[in-house]
Design a protein around this ligand. Sequence first.
Ligand code: HEC
Ligand code: HEC
Length: 354
Amino acid sequence: MKKTQFFPRSLVFGILLFASLLLAGGFTWKEEWFLQPANFPAPVYNSKANPVTDAGFKLGKKLFYDPILSADYTISCGSCHIQAAAFSHHGHDLSHGIHDLLGTRNAPGLQNLAWYSRYMWDGGITNLDLQPIAPITNPVEMGDTLSAVIRKLNADPQYPGLFEKAFGTNRISTDLVMKALSQFMICLVSADSKYDKVMRKEGVVFTADETAGYQVYRQNCASCHPEPLFTNQQFRSTGLPVLEEGDEGRYLVSLDSSERFTFRVPSLRNLKFTFPYMHDGRFYTIDEVLDHYATGISHTTRPDPSFILPDGSPGIRFSPDQRKTLKAFLLTLNDTAFVKNPLYDEAGSQLYIK
Ligand code: HEC
Ligand code: HEC
């Protein structure tokens, strides 16, 4: 018996035709394609309550890049969170918003947010779906009100139809705006650095310097910046000397005086793109950050006890060789594919998710 009798040609054609019809109709996106890199734990974000769909992701992306969310149509989320800078505010120590007003903090990169349970430098926001309210209504960021934003979106020629597609209703509400933005933001997954490929054994290995630097990192940095997110999301003080503004960090949210001058530990991923560093963007290079850890830690801002050496002085002592190899390791955390991924860029809004 010939095989073709089991698989008549017409059936094969039928299957092909069906598959191409499915493709032409657009993908229904399976979130696990993006959300679960093999070397990451399960995400924290509850995507059952807000499943990512192709239409929702695209709507979220359009909103993210649309200055309609600001009072005078000049500032979008993407103005301060620039993809080429791993969604940080490239080159700005403090971020500029509407009317060129200056904020008080450095815009962090946006990456792997689905694994975070605390947002902002002070952890003041614990639900990603509520996060965008802060910049939209902040007078020095987008300077708008939620009711005005909802009014503008409902009056727009395009948005009601796009919400209909994404959520089955053309009545735009704050809740749905937040859900769409979250769908875009949780897909900003950075898990394709050299480090990730080494960990997933994708045929890439560390150089001798990187391997040595990995050990320096594990001894000195991993307690606060653990793999694979490179942050434990806790609040710590690195003993940064107070500048004139004197940001008290987590204390502003908790009013617990033991948390004065502590900030949420940032990730070490994509440092190549996210300078300047620290909550106020005071350091422009990794060397400046390492100089701070080595000799700059000040007792005045109550550095974390782990920085205090046996003789009572604060600091992490590196030999020149340890410092060189640590830097080599940190460079393996840069994910060029992430900052160039056309899925996330403004111009690529028409792309299908594949
Ligand atoms: C004017 C610049 C500016 C604009 C516009 C802006 N942001 Fe931000 N963003 C910041 C700064 C600064 C922070 C850190 C604030 C803090 O910690 O107090 C931040 C923090 C965040 C965080 C938390 C990231 C983390 O790791 O905790 C998210 C998420 C975020 N922004 C999303 C958005 C979205 C969505 C929009 C548009 C609705 C937006 N941002 C508009 C400057 C901006
Ligand atoms: C006790 C906890 C702790 C340890 C240990 C620690 N860090 Fe940090 N790190 C932090 C905190 C907290 C911040 C943010 C400080 C701020 O902005 O006020 C930070 C910030 C950074 C930044 C800036 C990142 C950014 O996006 O702004 C870099 C780079 C960094 N640390 C690297 C390291 C390295 C390398 C080591 C090991 C040599 C290390 N850290 C050890 C807690 C720690």
